[in-house]
Design a protein around this ligand. Structure first.
Ligand code: NDP
Length: 249
């Protein structure tokens, strides 16, 4: 258990360093609108997404279910929520993208494979091999967490859907409007952050905290990059919009 906790702390430290480097040096993860062939060989966007997300989809349930730790309702709830998220993100989301010719660097796919692999492993290994709690799922943190998780999922899905539908068989970017887009540039990221905040509240264990910190470290710098990109590329971009947290940031 001590070794496992140290692994988590190191992984958190890497997340914080990643965040500081991305923000301080204004580095843009080179996929989507920031895609860049200077990062080496490229791969199809759709298959890149599928491959990147696959380790998380498989590893968390596999480790959770194969270990000797007692399985309780909370374990099954967490596995179920994970599968709902990663089943969609791996098997459906990539094939809904309208960008048929777009590519991303293999380097990004490898980084994301490691990221998703480690997060899937940590969350699954804890539930399958280390968890000794036999908590009821009728606790306040679980009930609030479920609400936050599904609210986040709803915001994430409708925002991604709106962004994807802006593309009508062309590669142009348009200004998204309506709903939370009137307040922030990246409601899809805001929803994703809420999802993993909810998951952390439900699980209330170290790997879920670690994953939430990683989600912030990835998505806050990326939303700041997107926000600046909109302001630089559209003269009429609404100036009162924030990047990712309504009214705040
Ligand atoms: P983006 O918002 O960059 O793009 C989402 C899709 O919408 C892409 O197909 C993009 O096309 C298209 N799009 C975006 N903005 C516009 C626009 N203004 N006009 C037309 N089309 C647009 O999201 P990501 O690709 O970065 O992320 C996708 C999902 O993955 C999100 O739900 C995000 O929350 C999640 N994610 C989670 C992470 C985590 O750490 N948990 C990390 C990264 C992503 P194009 O690709 O051509 O730009």
């Amino acid at each position: 258990m001590i070794g496992f906790n140290y692994f988590n702390y190191i992984w958190i430290a890497i997340a914080v360093v990643t965040f500081l480097i991305l923000v301080s040096f204004n580095i843009k993860a080179p996929y989507g609108r920031h895609s860049n062939s200077k990062w080496g060989p490229m791969v199809s966007n759709k298959w890149g997404w599928f491959l990147m997300e696959l380790p998380a989809l498989v590893l968390m349930p596999a480790f959770s279910l194969s270990g000797p730790a007692p399985k309780n309702n909370l374990t099954f709830l967490l596995i179920g929520l994970w599968l709902i998220h990663y089943g969609f993100r791996t098997l459906i989301f990539p094939f809904k993208l309208k960008t048929t010719t777009k590519t991303m660097p293999v380097f990004i796919v490898i980084c994301a494979l490691v990221f998703n692999g480690v997060n899937g492993f940590l969350n699954g290994y804890y539930l399958g091999f280390l968890n000794q709690d036999n908590e009821s799922i009728l606790t306040l943190n679980v009930i609030i967490g479920i609400g936050v998780f599904f609210l986040g999922m709803f915001i994430n899905r409708i925002s991604d859907r709106k962004l994807i539908s802006l593309r009508k068989n062309q590669d142009k970017y348009l200004i998204p409007n309506g709903g939370l887009f009137n307040y922030i540039s990246c409601p899809n990221y805001f929803g994703e952050i809420l999802e993993w905040l909810g998951f952390m509240l439900i699980a209330w264990n170290l790997p879920a905290v670690t994953f939430f910190i990683w989600t912030l470290s990835n998505l806050i710098p990326r939303s700041l990059n997107h926000h600046k990109w909109y302001l630089d590329n559209f003269e009429n971009y609404p100036k009162n919009r924030k990047a990712v947290i309504p009214f705040v940031w």
